[in-house]
Design a protein around this ligand. Structure first.
Ligand code: TRP
Length: 332
């Protein structure tokens, strides 16, 4: 059986990019795979998180998954810190991975910035924890965006080295699952920058809890250019703001950009934006209000997370026991 593991960080402000790039795809996977979806709170604390906010953000991610259609009865949804095996295997992987491998990780360089001495040790060993997340369940596939490909490569390297060091083929070599169009949603204020939870301008992103009025307003104000909609995709070259809006329309309607250009080619942006706004409200509105409803009753979300953690422990405990036997740890 193919098993999927995926993680999302609870860092707040879940937005359209998170929805189209990750959460929405998970909904499509649940019929074909055994899926384990994890809110990675342990990864989140590699940079400072306010404790109360971390709790709220963890629940928000779970609510977003459920509201988007990830069925907690068919899939496992839980938060990472509830299953201690993640930390235990991460330690073992800290001892398998080489410094040189982590030194090459571009995400660390970006997140640590110029003052690397001040970055947490956790931020540095972050990829080993991610490898542990995946290998703790012997997952075979991980849906990833561009930005996580290097981490998945590292997961493969760690698994391979473990297998070599201990002369076995214990870990599967995990495969990425890459999804098609519009996985890169850009800022509504600057089409050359990724839509981001930390952009100081709230108008740059549609957050998943936005109501119809906010969605409509942000799309109305979204940056465009002075030209009409092109007749085909090539006409979007060098027009990042236009390309972004067309890409969002395509993703929300499950069509390709060329077919959207075919329909709206020659129109003004005012016409197109109205259609995009209607579509976004239709698709995101119900998800946002369901999220609000779920978050107002945190006990129902917590029940899903507890139940998911129990199932995650049941799968991972025998695997972790085998790993401890292989490494040579006496067990209780
Ligand atoms: N690093 C991922 C991100 O920031 C989150 C993550 C943690 C993850 N563990 C994972 C993704 C395991 C896939 C599989 O997006």
């Amino acid at each position: 059986m193919n098993r999927i593991f995926s993680g999302v960080q609870p860092t707040g402000n879940l937005h359209l990019g998170n929805y189209l790039g990750a959460i929405r795809n998970w909904v499509k996977l649940q019929d074909d795979y055994e899926c384990i979806f994890c809110v990675v709170d342990m990864h989140a604390i590699t940079v400072w998180q306010d404790p109360q906010q971390l709790i709220a953000n963890t629940r928000e991610v779970a609510a977003a998954m459920i509201a988007s259609g990830v069925d907690p009865k068919k899939n496992i949804i839980f938060n990472q810190s509830m299953v201690p095996g993640h930390a235990e295997l991460a330690w073992i992987f800290n001892c398998v991975a080489r410094l040189g491998w982590l030194n090459r990780m571009t995400q660390f360089k970006e997140k640590a910035g110029s003052n690397r001495e001040k970055a947490s040790v956790g931020l540095y060993s972050y990829p080993n924890l991610m490898a542990a997340d995946i290998m703790l369940y012997k997952a075979t596939h991980v849906p990833v965006g561009e930005d996580q490909k290097q981490h998945l490569e590292l997961t493969r390297d760690v698994a391979q080295k473990f297998n070599n060091d201990f002369k076995n083929d214990f870990f599967p070599i995990v495969e990425p699952l890459i999804f098609g169009e519009a996985t890169r949603v850009m800022s509504l204020r600057d089409g050359s920058k990724k839509m981001s939870k930390s952009d100081p301008s709230a108008a740059s992103r549609i957050v998943m809890t936005d109501g119809p009025d906010e969605i409509a307003k942000k799309i109305r104000k979204a940056k465009t250019d002075a030209h009409p909609i092109p007749e085909n995709k090539e006409g979007l070259d060098g027009r990042p703001d236009a390309a972004n809006l067309m890409g969002i329309f395509a993703a929300l309607s499950d069509r390709n950009v060329d077919s959207i250009c075919g329909e709206y080619g020659g129109s003004q942006f005012s016409t197109f934006k109205q259609a995009l706004s209607d579509l976004a409200v239709e698709k995101l509105g119900p998800i946002g209000s369901e999220m609000q409803r779920l978050m107002a009753d945190s006990s129902s979300i917590d029940a899903v997370l507890h139940d998911g953690a129990e199932q995650a422990r049941a799968i991972s405990e025998p695997i972790l026991n085998d790993i401890k036997d292989i490494v040579g740890f006496l067990r209780p």
